[in-house]
Design a protein around this ligand. Structure first.
Ligand code: C5P
Length: 473
C-alpha cells in the first residue's frame, strides 16, 4: 500500500466520474469552511467547470448541514463531499444508501462506503492525511487525472495543505510526501517558487512592519495584528523601515538585520513570559505564487490560506471559493478587507485567551470553555495558534469549547509528542461525542466535535478519561 496504489485508485475512479460527466449529470459539491475545505471546493468546482458540467458548490460547517441538505437535492444528482465525510461514513450510508456520493477527504475514515460510491482518502493506503496530503491535494490529484490542464490548480492544493498546517511537523516548515509532489507540479508549471527564509507574510513585497504585523503563525502577542506595535518593535531594534522614500521589505535585509529581528523577537517573548523558542517556527520554506500580483495576500501561499480561512470563518465562504477559483478585482478587495478584520479580531481573541482566565486543567487535558465570548467559527484558529505557542503543557492536549445557540463547538489540538505516544484526538473526539449525543472526528493532532449544550461537563469528563486511557497504555 502506498502512493502508487493511491494514485492508481484515483485513475480508476476517473472513468466513473467521466461517465457521470458524459451523461450530463448535475453535481452538488459540499466543502468544509476552513482554508483546506474552500480550496478543495474551489479545485473541484474549476474541474467541473472546465468539464462543462452543471454544478452547485456550497460550504458547510459540519456534517449535520450535509445531512439536512441532501434530501432536498434533485434525486439523480451526483454529490461530491470535499474535506468532510470520511469520518461519518456510517451515518451517510445509513441515510443516503441510494444516492451517488463521491468523497474526497483526508480525515480518518470511519466505516465503509456503499458499493458504487467513490471514496478517495489517503489513510486507506497508509498515507498520513494529517501531514502528507490534504483534501485540496486529493481534489487536485483527481482534477489532474481528469485533465492535465488542471495542473494550473496545483498552487491552490498547496494553499489548502498549508491552511491545514501540514508543514508543521517538519523542522523546516516544509511540505512533504504527496504534498511535495504537488509542489513540484506547481514549480514545473512555473506557478510556485520555493525558497528558504523567514516566514513573514509578504517578505518580498510588503513593508517590514506590515509583514511582521500580518504574521500570526507563530502568534507574537501585541505585535501580530498591530501595525503600530510592529513599527515600534522594529524601531527599538534600529531596523531602518525605509530606504530613501521606499519601504524596505524582508527579502532585502542582510543576514545581520534578520538575526537582529530574530533575536529581538526571542528577547521580547521572554520579557513577556512567552516561550522564546516559538520563533523557530518563523524559519522555513516560503511558497510564493509567481503569477499573483505583488502586494496582495495571494502572493504567499500561507497568507492566501489565511485569507481563505478568514472568508470561511466569517460567513463569506463564497468569496473565498471565488478567489480560489481565480476571481480577482472587487472580490479580492473585499476578501482583503475580511482578512484584515479577521486578523484584528483574532488578535483580540488571543489577548483574551492568554490571560488564562478561562483555562481549566483536568487530569489529562487542558480545557478552555469560552462560552459565547468567542464566535464558534473562530475557536479552531485560536486553538491552533494556542497549541503552537508553547504556552500549554506539552503533555496535555487542548480542548476548546464555544457555544452557539444550543450547540457546543469543540476544537482539540495535541502536541506531536503526545501523538508520538499514541494519542489519537480524532478517536477521542469521536468517542466522547458519541457518548454525549454529538458527532466528532478529525485527525490525530487536530480534531473537533459538536455536542448538545447541556452535555459540556460530561463531554469533558469523557474526553479526559479517553485521553487518559491512551496515555496510560
Ligand atoms: O474545527 P477544528 O479546526 O478544530 O477541527 C479540527 C479537525 O477536525 C478538522 O480537520 C475538522 O474537519 C475535523 N472535525 C471533524 N468532525 C467534527 C469537527 C471537526 O472531523 N465534528
Amino acid at each position: 500500500m502506498g502512493y502508487r496504489e493511491f494514485l492508481n485508485t484515483i485513475d480508476k475512479s476517473i472513468d466513473k466520474i467521466r461517465e457521470f460527466i458524459d451523461k450530463g449529470k448535475n453535481f452538488n459539491v459540499f466543502c468544509h469552511i476552513d482554508a483546506d475545505g474552500l480550496s478543495s471546493g474551489a479545485i473541484t468546482s474549476v474541474m467541473l467547470l472546465r468539464a462543462n458540467t452543471r454544478f452547485i458548490t456550497r460550504s458547510v460547517r459540519n456534517i449535520e448541514e450535509i445531512i439536512e441538505a441532501i434530501p432536498n437535492l434533485p434525486p439523480d444528482s451526483i454529490i461530491i463531499l470535499t474535506d468532510i465525510g470520511s469520518g461519518y461514513l456510517n451515518i451517510l450510508r445509513e441515510k443516503f444508501r441510494e444516492k451517488s456520493l463521491i468523497i474526497l477527504d483526508h480525515h480518518q475514515p470511519d466505516g465503509e462506503v456503499e458499493e458504487g460510491w467513490i471514496h478517495i482518502n489517503p489513510h486507506l493506503y497508509n498515507i498520513d492525511g494529517a501531514r502528507e496530503i490534504s483534501s485540496s491535494g486529493v481534489a487536485y490529484l483527481v482534477a489532474k487525472a481528469l485533465s492535465e490542464e488542471n495542473v494550473t490548480l496545483s498552487p491552490i492544493a498547496v494553499v489548502g495543505a498549508l491552511g491545514d498546517l501540514q508543514d508543521k511537523s517538519s523542522e523546516k516548515r516544509e511540505l512533504d510526501g504527496l504534498n511535495k509532489m504537488i509542489v513540484e507540479d506547481a514549480v514545473k508549471a512555473g506557478l510556485i517558487k520555493v525558497s528558504d527564509d523567514l516566514l513573514f507574510y509578504g517578505r518580498s513585497y510588503r513593508p517590514l512592519h506590515l509583514a511582521l504585523a500580518s504574521t500570526t503563525s507563530p502568534y507574537i502577542p501585541t505585535i501580530s495584528g498591530s501595525e503600530a506595535h510592529a513599527v515600534s518593535f522594529l524601531n527599538s531594534l534600529k531596523i531602518k523601515l525605509k530606504e530613501d522614500d521606499r519601504w524596505r521589505v524582508f527579502a532585502e535585509l542582510d543576514e545581520e538585520e534578520k538575526k537582529t529581528i530574530y533575536n529581538g523577537l526571542m528577547k521580547y517573548l521572554s520579557s513577556i513570559n512567552f516561550p522564546p523558542s516559538i520563533v523557530k517556527e518563523l524559519v522555513g520554506k516560503v511558497y510564493e505564487l509567481t503569477k499573483e500580483e505583488d502586494w496582495t495576500p495571494l502572493k504567499d501561499a500561507r497568507e492566501f490560506s489565511s485569507l481563505l480561512n478568514a472568508c470561511g470563518k466569517t460567513g463569506n465562504e463564497w468569496i473565498g471559493i471565488a478567489v480560489a477559483m481565480g476571481s480577482r478585482g472587487e472580490l479580492l478587495l473585499q476578501a482583503q478587507k475580511i482578512l484584515e478584520e479577521y486578523r484584528k479580531k483574532l488578535s483580540e481573541i488571543m489577548e483574551y485567551l492568554v490571560k488564562r482566565d478561562t483555562w481549566q486543567e483536568l487530569k489529562y487535558i487542558i480545557a478552555i470553555d469560552v462560552g459565547t465570548a468567542i464566535d464558534d467559527r473562530m475557536v479552531s484558529s485560536a486553538s491552533s495558534i494556542l497549541s503552537s505557542s508553547e504556552l500549554l503543557p506539552e503533555d496535555k492536549p487542548l480542548i476548546m469549547l464555544a457555544t452557539r445557540d444550543d450547540k457546543v463547538k469543540v476544537s482539540a489540538r495535541a502536541s506531536r509528542k503526545l501523538v508520538a505516544k499514541g494519542l489519537n484526538l480524532g478517536f477521542v473526539m469521536k468517542k466522547a461525542a458519541e457518548r454525549t449525543g454529538g458527532v466528532g472526528g478529525g485527525h490525530d493532532v487536530a480534531a473537533g466535535a459538536e455536542i448538545p449544550l447541556g452535555k459540556k461537563t460530561m463531554f469533558l469528563a469523557e474526553a479526559d478519561s479517553i485521553v487518559g486511557e491512551f496515555l496510560k497504555s
